[in-house]
Design a protein around this ligand. Structure first.
Ligand SMILES: NC(=O)C1=CN([C@@H]2O[C@H](COP(=O)(O)OP(=O)(O)OC[C@H]3O[C@@H](n4cnc5c(N)ncnc54)[C@H](OP(=O)(O)O)[C@@H]3O)[C@@H](O)[C@H]2O)C=CC1
Ligand SMILES: O=C(O)C1=N[C@H](C(=O)O)C[C@H](O)C1
Length: 266
């Protein structure tokens, strides 16, 4: 069996360390190196709390790619770093699977055009949990009938980006079917700035950050005399690993950028 050679960027992170545990268990995957911002030259197994894998750690991604020639990069870092890593991977013909959120629309468009030009697959998935993808799809369906919608996302308090990538993606999917409208009273005012949340095409997004939370989202629709709430909770980070696994497999068959797990789920 030919194993897929994988590099993980962000191995000490909450998601990166979960991805290492997943790769360790998968016979068809091989962790060939990690890219971190410290511990250059050390091995994964030497870092406390990481699995006992013999893969080297690099601080320089180019050096890493030159030495280990991976098939796939899994990036789970920060928005700025993840964007640079994805571009570099494409330059080296390494297929990126990106869970990192917070890329701008311009960055996504640029990555899409590089992927097209090079004919290399990229998967950028704001949420790898199957239930979250279904929650977004059900929300898109509901928005056809209920154009008044508010998105409430709740995350742990170490999260850097707000709103979450999932909330943004949900609003974008809803926008594809919803009749554009401004919600609430036409004369409503905020007596405290931000009270009504962020705005995408008249839809409101509310971001909560609290210790104890993992990743949760409610999409609430309102109409005459009824409301509909579609809700998803990730209660641990293993919930994201089914989607990471699927993406690693599918990205090797793609020659374009795919944004969202729904596009590769059968
Ligand atoms: N798509 C999905 O399903 C999911 C996506 N995410 C996204 O994944 C990303 C990571 O989340 P999470 O694991 O919670 O965050 P963490 O902060 O726990 O992990 C990020 C890791 O990236 C490391 N890092 C920072 N800069 C670099 C660099 N230059 N090179 C290599 N590593 C670097 C950090 O190191 P240090 O600790 O030293 O700062 C840290 O270990 C976020 O964007 C988040 O939104 C999260 C969950 C699910
Ligand atoms: O940072 C997180 O934790 C998560 N980030 C992703 C997002 O921004 O939507 C996915 C999930 O919500 C967890």
């Amino acid at each position: 069996m030919t194993k897929t050679k994988i590099v993980v960027a962000g191995p000490r992170g909450k998601m990166g360390s979960e991805a290492l545990r997943m790769i360790e268990k998968e016979e068809r995957f091989d962790l060939v190196a990690c890219v971190d911002r410290k511990y250059d030259g050390m091995k994964v197994k030497d870092i406390p709390s990481l699995p006992a894998i013999d893969a080297p750690i690099y601080e320089d991604m180019e050096q890493c790619f030159q030495n280990v020639s991976p098939d796939v990069l899994i990036d789970l870092t920060t928005p700025e770093v993840g964007y640079k890593h994805t571009k570099l991977a494409l330059q080296y013909n390494v297929r990126p699977v990106v869970g990192t959120t917070g890329f701008t629309n311009d960055q996504l468009a640029e990555l899409e055009s590089i992927a097209d030009e090079k004919g290399i697959g990229v998967i950028i998935a704001p949420n790898f949990a199957i239930g979250a993808v279904l929650m977004m799809q059900f929300s898109k369906w509901a928005a056809k009938y209920f154009p008044d919608v508010e998105i409430i996302e709740r995350h742990h308090d170490q999260k850097l980006d707000a709103p979450s990538g999932t909330a943004v993606k949900t609003a974008q999917l809803i926008q594809e079917v919803r009749t554009s409208k401004t919600q609430g009273h036409p004369n409503e005012t905020e007596t405290i700035s931000g009270a009504r949340g962020a705005d995408i095409d008249g839809m409101k997004i509310h971001s909560m950050r609290l210790p104890g939370l993992v990743a949760h989202q409610e999409v609430m629709f309102g109409s005459n005399g009824e409301t509909l709430t579609i809700k998803h909770d990730s209660i641990n980070r293993e919930s994201f690993m089914t989607g990471v696994k699927l993406s690693v497999e599918k990205v090797q068959q793609l020659n374009v950028l795919v944004y969202g797990l729904e596009n590769i789920m059968e």
